[in-house]
Each structure stands twice: as structure tokens, then as C-alpha cells.
Design a protein around this ligand. Structure first.
Ligand SMILES: O=P(O)(O)OC[C@H]1O[C@](O)(CO)[C@@H](O)[C@@H]1O
Length: 253
């Protein structure tokens, strides 16, 4: 895993977007199209803002997916990930080729899972942008995460720490309002991406970052599996890097 410690959240977002953009351009040059996954949450604000400003990408050739969505939440809810992405991504990229949203409030969840599994199987992912939760989750795969899942998306239960984080970020009026279930991309599906670009700012992520990089690869630290990916870049700011004993593989090294 390549670690980049950027001086600010803004430069973190710009550097992560620049790396992703070069891989998107390379995929378009090689195949005429690129497939990407984008993430949500407070950690992705600066990255998405920088990504939608990139005018060096032929966005019409890009097909996009996202990582996760709450079950039974209408898109009009302030915490809906579809709403988040329509406000911060698709509305800023009118030329975008396609965006396949996870309909977490679909009446038939099995049919919805089958639909998005088939779609992503037809679109091998070139670049996956993601964050890491305070509990080191990847997408909504809370600990202990399933590193062996065979499907691309599944329904998952959200653990207490994860629900507290969502409440703490201000997306819900009370903890009780945070859903207990979501549809999440599975970890094996995330690991199939050609390039993984992680944007992880803020001191509240410092322990998860340390456990991810310095601890063993274990389902109890879902993001630790990323150490086994051949092209994974982790963008930190000084507060999120604060607990690292050393920066093992700095950018450009
Ligand atoms: O920015 P946050 O809220 O810390 O989220 C980090 C990760 O967790 C998820 O938001 C799921 O909660 C992912 O989409 C994101 O990559």
C-alpha cells in the first residue's frame, strides 16, 4: 500500500482525484471506456469536489457505481447516499456516461441485489474511490468482515460503532434514526478494482488507519485486507496519520 500524507484535507482531495483521473484517462485510452466506483461520507467531500472539477477526463466514457446505501431509506432523506451523490457528483457532471445507483428502498431487495450484481459484473472496475470508517469498515462491511463473499453486493447489518459514526457526522437527528441495515459492496468485489484510491482525513480515523497499516490482516479490521491489493493508495492528512509509528511506503518512494 502506498501512503501519501498531504498537508491539508484540500490537498488530500486534489492529490487523490489527480491519481484517480490519470487511471481513468489510461482506461479510456486503452479501452475507450472507464468504470469507476465512488464513495460517500464526510471523508469524500474534498475528493469528490476535486474530481468533478477535472476537465481532463472524457466523462461521457465513464460508467460509475457507488459502494453502499441504507435499506428502506427514500432518496429524499438527508442521509441518503443517492441524494449525496446526485448533489455532489452526477449533477456536477452532466456529460457522465452512466451512474448505476443502489436502490436501497426497492420493494424486492433480492431483485435489486441481482440487478446491481449483474451490472457490475459487466463493468470491471478500473478505479475505486473509498474511505475507511472509524471502525475500519470498508463500504458498510463492519467488523468482522467477510473476506470470502462470493456476491458483489449484499445486505449487511450495521454495528453500533458504525451507527454512532453516522450520527456523529450529523446525518441523522438521533442515534435511533440511523438504520440498522444497508446494501453494501462486498470486500472481494472492492478488491477486484484495478486501482483503489482511499481518502481518509481527520483525527477520528487515526486509530483505524494505524490498525489498517500496522496491524495484522484480519476481518476485525476490514480495511487491513487492502494491504494485499497490488495498487492501493491511501491519502491521509496529518491528523489521520498521527498515530502511525512510521510512514512505511511514502508517495514517490
Ligand atoms: O466518510 P465516512 O463517513 O467516514 O465514510 C467512510 C466510508 O464509509 C462509507 O461511507 C460507508 O459508511 C463509505 O461509503 C465510505 O467510503
Amino acid at each position: 500500500m502506498k501512503i501519501h500524507v498531504e498537508p491539508t484535507k484540500q490537498s488530500l482531495g486534489e492529490a487523490a482525484a489527480a491519481l484517480g483521473a490519470s487511471a481513468i484517462r489510461a482506461a479510456i485510452a486503452a479501452r475507450g471506456a472507464a468504470n469507476v466506483v465512488v464513495a460517500t461520507g464526510a471523508s469524500q467531500f474534498e475528493l469528490l469536489a476535486a474530481l468533478v472539477r477535472r476537465d481532463d477526463i472524457d466523462w461521457a466514457r465513464v460508467t460509475a457505481f457507488h459502494l453502499d446505501e441504507y435499506i428502506a431509506m427514500p432518496e429524499s432523506h438527508p442521509a441518503s447516499f443517492r441524494r449525496y451523490l446526485k448533489e455532489r457528483f452526477t449533477s456536477r457532471l452532466p456529460a457522465l456516461g452512466a451512474f448505476h445507483f443502489i436502490e436501497g428502498d426497492a420493494p424486492d431487495l433480492a431483485a435489486e441485489l441481482a440487478r446491481i450484481d449483474a451490472l457490475i459484473a459487466a463493468h470491471p472496475i478500473d478505479v475505486l474511490f473509498a474511505g475507511i470508517g472509524e471502525n475500519a469498515h470498508l463500504a458498510f462491511n463492519d467488523p468482522p468482515a467477510d473476506f470470502e463473499a462470493t456476491e458483489a453486493f449484499r445486505v449487511v447489518a450495521l454495528e453500533e460503532r458504525c451507527r454512532r459514526q453516522q450520527f456523529g457526522e450529523g446525518w441523522f437527528p438521533t442515534l435511533d434514526d440511523v438504520p440498522h441495515e444497508a446494501i453494501s459492496m462486498t470486500i472481494p468485489q472492492m478488491m477486484r478494482a484495478g486501482l483503489i484510491v482511499l481518502a481518509v482525513p481527520d483525527s477520528r480515523k487515526a486509530q483505524a488507519v494505524r490498525d489498517t497499516i500496522e496491524g495484522p490482516v484480519t476481518p476485525d479490521v476490514p480495511a487491513s485486507i487492502l494491504c494485499r491489493h497490488s495498487a492501493c493508495h491511501l491519502f491521509l492528512d496529518p491528523p489521520s496519520a498521527a498515530l502511525l509509528r512510521q510512514i512505511p511506503d511514502t508517495a514517490g518512494a
